[in-house]
Design a protein around this ligand. Structure first.
Ligand code: ZN
Length: 532
């Protein structure tokens, strides 16, 4: 036994030396690796998460995934569930305006939304309204061409053809060329609805220019697309102030609503196309119509995990990224959002691991670090707005926010030098924050820090466009880390295989060292400026 003592003491010395070496931040940053980033991103940006649209099952899977690692790293749940039990999810509700029901009735005939017609825009007609229809050609008034001439459409439902009249030789009457005028373009319904309302009409019904089969397909396409394209909001939709909406029906329904035969409608079309006004007498009939909105509730969750500090644990450094992406495109393609913002999401996991390892070895930060994965970003920074309005810790205790959104690709400006990162916001509220960031880069990482987008005159205005701004608004200094947009931005091609993991790891290390200093320095950084 004794004989082995020299060896043992030698081992002890070695251990002590190692422990001493590990007291530097640099060694903990070593746990941040390209391999780990890739491992996590392969899950987060997998097709099975279906593009992580806010509130979708895929977004919730992503939330479960990051929470499971925070749990594994021993982080504290920073939020609470409905019963007050601590949890990693800060659950909040978003709202999506949708049609509760809408129909048009003519005698015993009932026409229903998503079966017989579709609606563009927002109408406020929650109760059945008895109206008289009135045919008004194409519903156009421009220059000497006026479909409303001698028509009294007040308080009526104007019925018009979709599109615009041709001039017979392949050109459009109004433009005199093959170029459609504003009345024939994609969102022409709005022009026509505005004009009808300005003439005193109650609402407008548009007769689709498609044949019965094409129209049926269009109705189906819109019905299936609607939940994907409708905006989410933190607030319930208010009743629309006016009826800026158009009901688009097929020819058979239109004829019925006007009280004429379909054959006559076809004749009317031919006459209208010739610019004839011989139809200009009241063609119409009595109908009832209603369209009622409701707010659908879409529950979602920010993920909030706390690495508790030591002697200054009430002060919080927030590191954030957004968990959500844009989901599935109307054409069915999945937008995996590997860069946007899979790269930020997995960066948080690596940062959490590095700091928790330091803490486990007695080198935990003095201030607390909050890892915050927000949702609703792609719908207008909603998750970070919710957090900033409902912070899990007193707002004034938030020392800084380091926000990461897209750090995996190279933009056109850096094709020849991919070792860069755009920093935005670092000097806006705190000169100390900027100095800490610069210093961390010089000492550990040596990336080119590009401040192009930090310039107040930069037209992109990125300082105002990601989640950090909801912290900056509250006077909390921020740095936004970003490597710029690219050809796959918000497209199905934003995939894992295009991510530069080596360079990403260096950016994550820069963030680690910056956060380390923010969390460990004696004095909390000061807010000493407010630059635009
Ligand atoms: Zn993003």
């Amino acid at each position: 036994m004794f004989k082995r003592l020299p060896f043992l003491s030698g081992a002890l010395v070695l251990l002590t030396l190692q422990a001493g070496a590990q007291s530097t931040a640099g060694d903990y940053a070593g746990t941040i690796t390209p391999e780990n980033l890739r491992k996590h991103l392969t899950v987060i940006a997998h097709d099975s998460l279906e593009g992580r649209a806010t509130g979708s099952p895929g977004q919730k899977k992503a939330a479960e995934y990051v929470a499971s690692y925070y749990r594994q790293y021993g982080l504290k749940p920073a939020a609470a569930d409905a019963s007050g039990k601590p949890g990693f999810f800060q659950v909040y509700n978003l709202y999506r305006g949708a049609w509760e029901s809408a129909h048009i009735r003519k005698g015993r005939q009932l026409y229903e939304l998503n079966r017989d017609f579709y609606i563009d825009g927002l109408a406020n007609m929650p109760e059945d309204e008895s109206l008289t229809t009135i045919f008004a050609g194409y519903g156009i008034s421009e220059g000497s061409y006026n479909d409303y001439e001698n028509l009294d459409v007040r308080n009526k439902a104007v019925v018009v053809f979709e599109g615009e009249p041709g001039s017979g030789n392949g050109n459009y009457l109004l433009s005199g060329s093959t170029e459609p005028s504003k009345w024939g373009r994609a969102r022409a319904w709005e022009e026509k609805a505005r004009l009808a309302l300005s003439k005193g009409a109650r609402t407008i019904i548009i007769i689709s220019s498609q044949n019965a089969q094409g129209f049926e397909k269009e109705i189906q396409r819109r019905a299936s697309m609607a939940p994907r394209v409708r905006r989410l909001s933190l607030r319930q939709e208010e009743a629309p102030a006016r009826n800026l909406a158009a009901f688009t029906v097929g020819e058979a329904a239109a004829a019925s609503l006007l009280g004429i035969r379909e054959k006559k409608l076809k004749k009317l079309k031919a006459k209208t196309d010739k610019g004839s006004s011989s139809w200009k007498k009241h063609i119409g009939d009595d109908i009832t119509i209603m369209a009622k909105r409701q707010s659908e509730v879409v529950p979602t969750e920010n993920v909030a995990a706390l690495l508790e500090g030591t002697d200054k644990k009430d002060e919080i450094v927030v590191i954030s990224a957004h968990l959500d992406h844009i989901g599935i495109s109307p054409d069915g393609q999945i937008n995996n959002g590997a860069d946007d913002d899979g790269t930020g999401t997995v960066a948080l996991l690596e940062l959490a691991e590095a700091f928790s390892k330091a803490k486990a070895e007695g080198k935990g930060p003095r201030r607390s670090i909050l890892f915050l994965n927000v949702t609703g970003e792609e719908m207008g920074l909603l998750g970070s707005e919710f957090y900033s309005e409902n912070p899990l810790f007193p707002s004034e205790n938030h020392v800084a926010n380091l926000n990461i959104d897209m750090i995996g690709r190279v933009d056109d400006a850096h094709k020849d030098n991919p070792d860069y990162v755009y920093l935005i916001g670092s000097d806006k509220l705190s000169s100390e924050l900027h100095a800490i960031s610069e210093n961390a880069n010089q000492k550990y990482v040596n990336l080119t820090l590009d401040y192009t987008f930090n310039h107040p005159d930069d037209p992109n205005r990125f300082y105002y466009r990601s989640d950090h701004y909801n912290f900056a608004k509250k006077g909390i200094p921020v740095i936004f880390y970003f490597t710029g947009v690219h050809e796959d931005y918000h497209r199905p091609g934003d995939d894992v295989e295009k991510i530069l993991f080596d360079r990403q790891a260096r950016i994550v290390k820069l963030i680690f060292h910056t956060a380390w200093e923010l969390a460990n320095r004696g004095e909390r950084i000061k807010v000493d400026s407010n630059k635009p």
